[in-house]
Design a protein around this ligand. Structure first.
Ligand SMILES: Nc1ncnc2c1ncn2[C@@H]1O[C@H](COP(=O)(O)OP(=O)(O)OP(=O)(O)O)[C@@H](O)[C@H]1O
Ligand SMILES: [Mg+2]
Length: 265
């Protein structure tokens, strides 16, 4: 089961991705969390201690690795000469950091450029790695994305079982949804669901329900605005560790069940 979590900046992608990963791991799945956000923040929502997270070098910045796998140092151009197909099956075992409940975290780093992507070696490596993760790995994969899925090419995106677009009850967030939806169709993502987050009132819930109804996107979960989630952030703790019974975490447990039911995994 491969799940991508996307949405506008700050809507709660990392909270959703990290908590979902933890909950699925508790159900016994082998979970691989992939941080595809340049601001490395999935670690804290997974409950990986700051001292450990600080030491993680994103794969795209790992000069030795990029050089070993592609033959070219990061940032160096290699023109049209680059033809290597790196084998990347060892990367998860070597660079994955294991966190609470056994969730493994892989921090990808920055993927530059959209669409076809630039021809730099880090991008080439990440692209092959994502293909490997989506095609070869048996894990439940939860990918925390920057905004959309720009950097997954057509074909690769089709291997994602679903994309969860996290939305806030704000017009701006809806504009982003439209853009992400367009993109998802273009690159042929199989299924797209919305997750309403930071909902403070029935009126806000309705706003999301109505707007997404117009866009014909099912809403998989409504997550309330939750003080405990905001507090966990200030403490640098994972919401699921800080207060496992908080309404936000409970809403994510329901989302997890919804996904299991919908996709039968
Ligand atoms: N349901 C919620 N209730 C209260 N606070 C929340 C909720 N969801 C997320 N937050 C808070 O909102 C902030 C942004 O959340 P998060 O980092 O998960 O968003 P993001 O979409 O990953 O952001 P970025 O685009 O910067 O990666 C955090 O401080 C988080 O604690
Ligand atoms: Mg984030």
């Amino acid at each position: 089961m491969k799940i991508a979590v996307a949405g506008k900046g700050g809507v709660g992608k990392t909270f959703v991705a990290g908590t979902l990963a933890r909950l699925l791991a508790r159900d016994g799945y082998n979970v691989l969390a992939v941080d595809a956000d340049p601001n490395i923040n999935t670690a804290s929502s997974l409950g990986i201690p700051a001292e450990v997270a600080e030491k993680i070098v994103p794969l795209s910045d790992n000069e030795e690795l990029v050089k070993e796998k592609t033959g070219v140092a990061p940032g160096k151009s290699y023109g049209q000469m680059f033809k290597l197909t790196p084998t990347v099956s060892d990367i998860v075992d070597e660079f994955g950091v294991v966190g609470p409940d056994g969730v493994q975290l892989l921090v990808m780093g920055t993927v530059k450029g959209g669409g076809t992507g630039c021809m730099c070696p880090s991008n080439a490596l990440l692209r092959v790695l994502v293909q490997h993760l989506l095609i070869q790995r048996e894990d439940v994969l939860v990918m925390d994305m920057v905004a959309g899925l720009e950097h997954l090419g057509r074909g690769t995106a089709r291997r994602m079982d679903t994309m969860l677009v996290v939305v806030e009850p704000r017009m701006k967030s809806m504009d982003t949804v439209k853009r992400i939806l367009r993109l998802a169709r273009e690159i042929e993502v199989r299924d797209v669901l919305a997750v309403g987050n930071k909902i403070g009132s029935e009126r806000e819930r309705l706003f999301i329900e109505e707007r997404l109804g117009e866009l014909c996107v099912p809403v998989a979960a409504y997550i309330p605005y939750d003080e405990a989630v905001a507090e966990a952030d200030m403490l640098g703790a994972a919401p699921i560790d800080h207060d496992p019974d908080s309404p936000g975490v409970e809403a994510l447990a329901r989302l997890k069940e919804f996904l299991k039911e919908r996709y039968g995994f």
